[in-house]
Write a protein that binds this ligand. Structure first.
Ligand code: FCB
Length: 432
């Protein structure tokens, strides 16, 4: 395989994980229940009845996992902080033992020259907040900012980059519109306030973090280049507005796309908070989306269609590396000077084999070349994080999808670096 082109000096190279997907230890050291505990313990919600009770046991094996990161040679590690470890009821009393865990992790990373990049919310809302309305309630936005302040007061002196929310579109759509993720609501279009309250929480949290130091703060959005099947341009535009613009226009332009403008849940002053200038933008990219018009009587204004003629991951997701370049160049055209520097905060694929994963190497190599092409085309990209360090709990798919550079045997918790781990280590060494 030809060597990758050189990325800009200072480019951040990392891997990503999320708390509920790897930590386990859900009832230890004062952690409160989250919506994912409730959801995964509800029969029929997660494939094979899997739960995150043990996951990768990272809560106990974190030191070993930090050694893996050091061996890999990454310059940054993106992980998420479990809100229910820090505030078991989502508000009020702070659990010192929960903060201690992240405090130790941050110190261990820094001792190995790895920059910690914490995400404050990767979907594991404290159950007590869900019982009070979850993200349908505006109160949750304020509780999120309080929680952000608590975390920053403890570890903010050692953090240079924060991520507020992970993929609010996926949390809204799967969690509240279609019910395939926690909390399992099926509100369809009535889930829209969840978008606004997450974005308001992001803006309020940004302000709380800003007053606590000079770190970069960003949101991480899941974005997809949208392609029209045939000449269904209107349906593609509608999909683009829901998936991409609903979460980018407010933070970058201070306004909602027309379909969501004038909603009654938007109050005076909210848009200014949401559009608090960001230092950077996190983007998770997996694949493009092909869209056609919805059939008569559909509750949704679009329908997604399979992309044919391309390889697929073990998950069945289409592999279209150039979609990453298309996405980035498209966003720069759309937002021009309003687009801040970008970090690719997730990109990767699930594979079937235990250790030999030539397909993952192909996937990552192709996406890095597309990313480099976007940089050459003038997009300011500052870093790239592979999803994921370890195989882990893949939400509704349980342990059936394996995204790790490192294979995890869930019986023994043995970690075995895959071929892609050695490949990525060589890529990183080559970029130094
Ligand atoms: C993203 C999620 C991440 C992981 C990958 C495969 O949508 O942010 O937690 O599940 O997909």
């Amino acid at each position: 395989m030809a060597a990758l082109p050189s990325f800009p000096p200072g480019f951040l190279w990392g891997v990503s994980t999320a708390a509920y997907q790897i930590e386990g230890a859900v009832r230890e050291d004062g952690r409160g229940p989250s919506i994912w505990d409730t959801f995964s313990h509800t029969p029929g919600r997660v494939r094979d009845g899997d739960t995150g009770d043990v996951a990768c046991d990272h809560y106990h094996r974190w030191a070993q996992d930090v050694e893996l990161l050091a061996e890999l040679g990454v310059s940054a590690y993106r992980f998420s902080i479990a809100w229910p470890r820090v505030q078991p009821a989502g508000a009020g009393p702070v659990n010192g033992a929960g903060l201690d865990f992240y405090d130790r992790l941050v110190d261990a990373l820094l001792a190995r020259g790895i920059a910690p990049v914490p995400t404050l919310f990767h979907w594991d809302l404290p159950q007590a907040l869900e019982d009070a309305g979850g993200w349908l309630s505006r109160e949750t936005s304020y509780r999120f900012a309080d929680y952000a302040a608590v975390v920053a007061d403890r570890i903010g002196d050692r953090i240079s980059r924060w991520i507020t929310l992970n993929e609010p579109v996926v949390h809204m759509a799967q969690g509240y519109a279609f019910g395939t993720h926690a909390p399992g609501r099926t509100l369809l279009m009535d889930a829209l306030p969840v978008a606004h309250h997450q974005l308001l929480g992001h803006g309020l949290a940004m302000r709380a973090l800003r007053t606590r130091g000079g770190a970069e703060v960003m949101i991480t959005n899941n974005c997809t280049p949208v392609r029209a099947a045939g000449d269904d341009l209107a349906a593609a535009e509608v999909y683009d507005a829901f998936h991409n613009r609903l979460f980018l226009d407010p933070v970058l332009r201070g306004e909602y796309p027309p379909f969501a403008a004038d909603a009654d849940f938007v109050r005076d002053g909210d848009m200014e908070v949401i559009a608090t200038p960001m230092d950077a933008l996190g983007l998770n990219y997996y694949n493009p989306t092909l869209v056609k018009a919805a059939p008569e009587g559909s509750p949704l204004p679009f329908e997604t269609v399979d992309i044919e003629g391309v390889p697929r991951t073990a998950f069945g997701w289409p592999v279209v590396p150039d979609g990453l370049r298309e996405l980035l160049v498209g966003l720069r055209e759309r937002y021009a000077g309003l687009l801040p520097p970008v970090y690719i905060t997730e990109n990767g694929c699930s594979t079937a084999g235990p250790v030999h994963d030539a397909d993952r190497i192909d996937y990552l190599d192709g996406h890095l070349r597309a990313l480099h092409a976007a940089i050459e085309a003038g997009v300011d990209v500052r870093g790239y994080f592979v999803w994921s360090l370890l195989d882990n709990f893949e939400w509704a798919e349980g342990y059936s999808q394996r995204f790790g550079l490192v294979h995890v045997d869930y019986e023994t918790q043995r970690r075995t670096p895959r071929d892609s781990f050695a490949w990525f280590r060589a890529v990183l060494a080559g970029q130094r």
